[in-house]
Design a binder for this molecule. Structure first.
Ligand code: AMP
Ligand code: MG
Length: 342
């Protein structure tokens, strides 16, 4: 399959979306930019389109998709009930990087929800994503547009690297602002529960909802036989080819530890302005605060593969700062929960 790669800017008119919308109407899939990461979009009401998404990504069939809408009012087509908490969250954070899980409406196919009776809904803020949804005239199911297991794509080139020949069309809308997938919260439980941290932070959610539980799987590996609240959390995720090892401790101890280890093609991933004293090559993944780290984390993980790294020792973000929860969650999964204390 030939993969078309088309640049669209936020100032372009709606006529720019004709080809992509036509493909979506024919149950094909399209790579689209959002403010979080690039998504692989298909008509959420079409089993055919949804199956194509799973196939192109090699995504496990039991991992449900997020459905994207262009306006809050479209949520009424997708869910059986819109509770007050959903209205309050939408008021505070939509359009934006927050996904809500709610009981699904009849018409949402079980292929999208992987057989669950709930559906994940998000209204993205990226103008290109919203224009595309409007042009297609239907809500768009869209997981991240990477091969399953790889770091999520934050540039159109990442989508092309992973999915060329597997999908017909990619919209290049530039680099994603956020760089990390949306926060996922379920409102289908008695107390709202955070299933995946993102850049709408836990404290922001609490400021709107009061009590919010945090699912165990956010920072811990699954115990054997444990039932997951969010199927996506049971998979190894966000992994480059290089083995990722998180090293927790002071910078001096990090340098000593990494310099003492004899590994071939070893790299270090450090914070901005670090690197002094290291005997292995290193890349930086931003200042030690969540906005910075989340923006370039996935790009840095992909960079390691380009460099041919076998193993990479990564500085551990400040875990006393709750806002770092999202970056920590992704890094722990990329590392298969391997953390060395120094
Ligand atoms: P992705 O779109 O690849 O970033 O992943 C979407 C995430 O949302 C995955 O972790 C899914 O397991 C989760 N998710 C989607 N729908 C549901 C649902 N109905 N209930 C719980 N988790 C969900
Ligand atoms: Mg994903």
């Amino acid at each position: 399959m030939n993969t078309e790669f088309v640049k669209i800017s936020v100032n372009d008119g709606i006529e720019k979306y004709t080809d992509a919308a036509e493909l979506l109407k024919n149950n094909q899939v399209v790579g689209m930019p959002t403010e979080t990461v690039y998504g692989l979009a298909g008509n959420a009401y079409s089993d055919e389109a949804v199956n194509r998404i799973f196939e192109a990504k090699g995504r496990p069939q039991d991992n449900p998709l997020i459905v994207h809408i262009s306006e809050f009012s479209e949520i009424y087509d997708l869910v059986s009930e819109v509770p007050e908490n959903a209205k309050r969250l939408a008021e505070a954070f939509w359009p934006g990087p927050l996904t809500m899980i709610l009981p699904k409406a009849e018409r949402v196919p079980l292929s999208v929800t992987a057989g669950l009776d709930t559906v994940a809904v998000r209204c993205p803020s990226h103008p290109i994503a919203r224009n595309l949804i409007k042009s297609a005239g239907v809500p768009l199911a869209a997981p991240s547009a990477n091969l399953s297991g790889k770091p999520s794509p934050t540039k159109a080139q990442h989508v092309y690297d992973d999915l060329k020949g597997r999908i017909p069309y990619i919209i290049d809308g530039g680099e994603c602002d956020e760089g990390l997938e949306s926060t996922v919260i379920t409102l289908a439980t008695n107390t709202p529960k955070l299933l995946r941290p993102g850049n709408v932070t836990l404290s922001q959610l609490k400021s709107v909802l009061g009590e919010v539980q945090v699912d165990d799987a956010v920072l811990n590996p699954l115990k054997k036989g444990e039932k997951v609240s969010s199927p996506g959390m049971k998979y190894k995720h966000y992994s480059p080819v290089a083995e990722i090892v998180l090293v927790r401790g002071s910078y001096n101890n990090f340098v000593k530890y990494v310099n003492d280890i004899q590994c071939e093609s070893a790299y270090a991933m450090v914070f901005d302005n670090e690197g002094e004293g290291l005997k292995v090559p290193y890349i930086s993944y931003g200042a030690n605060d969540y906005k910075n780290l989340s923006h370039s984390l996935f790009d840095s993980l992909r960079e390691l593969d380009k460099l041919g790294a076998n193993i990479c020792f990564v500085r551990y973000p400040d875990e006393s700062n709750d806002d770092n929860l999202a970056v920590l969650n992704r890094l722990l999964r990329a590392a298969g929960f391997k953390v060395i204390d120094v």
